[in-house]
Design a protein around this ligand. Sequence first.
Ligand code: MN
Length: 212
Amino acid sequence: MHHNAPWLDTTIVRYNAQVFLTGGSLGHLTKKISSALKTLRQERGWSLEATSLRTGVSKAMLGQIEREESSPTIATLWKISSGFNVSFSSFLEELDTDNIDVRCSRSELTQIHPLDDKIRVMPLFPYDKNLGFELFVIELLPGCEHLSPPHQEGVIEHIVVSQGEMEVLVNGCWQPLKKNDGLRFKADKPHGYRNISTKSATFQDILHYKEH
Ligand code: MN
């Protein structure tokens, strides 16, 4: 982990890392992300080159994701989401937005990428385009430090801790949070989440998007 030059180093390391998946529980996710990416490129008429310029993800990596040879890390998937100006959860789950009354217990907390081995993500309420928000349940295992690139302009995160203790990096400062503490911050800047305790921590993260 790079504690001094936080997000930059880590993002670059993760972004360059190419881990090839061999099916298993992550295979399903790899397929979903690949098809979502192909559909988006087709809809926008963006070449790999144009997509690379807008997302900051290399053409080689984008190609590997589309061919299901590689799955993006959380940081890379955020770059792709931001470049297309779509929500993060749109790559993971669909939400039937015609129906307001839904009971969501859709999936388990999932490891998105082998390199993101201490963080589990579940889109409990995937992005709703009418309401402009998505809600994740996120678990940080002990020792997890997850640094995020900036999200789209105007994205605001609301964090509520439901179990354990954690810290959130906002404006270059780690803020300690315990159970039932909440924190709201502008997420269109680099930020991060970490668990320096010896027990797992779980929080809810509501992301509100400016344009919807
Ligand atoms: Mn974030």
